[in-house]
Design a protein around this ligand. Structure first.
Ligand SMILES: [Zn+2]
Length: 84
């Protein structure tokens, strides 16, 4: 069984500037095609619009109504980079 890789990711809405830290995890196994990505804890004011097991397809919705992908317009927290 693959270990889960956990890290936090800063989310920032490109429209209203609202931000927060999401706690996420994915399988720590580069051989897997499916990273098994999931958001364990969504920061206040952000919602899941479309849950996907790939962060590039995971859609979020901000409290202002703006929708954006998890990977877009977000930066890594210090020391929170996923291992590759
Ligand atoms: Zn917003």
């Amino acid at each position: 069984m693959a270990a889960r890789d956990r890290y936090s990711r800063k989310l920032e809405c490109p429209q209203c500037g609202h931000s927060g830290f999401a706690e996420v995890s994915e399988d720590d196994d580069p051989r897997r095609k499916d990273p098994g990505f999931q958001v364990d804890e969504m920061p206040k004011g952000f919602y899941t619009e479309f849950a996907a097991r790939d962060p590039r397809k995971y859609m979020l919705r901000c409290q202002c109504g703006h929708k954006f992908r998890f990977e877009r317009k977000s930066v890594y927290a210090p020391g929170g980079e996923p291992r590759r």
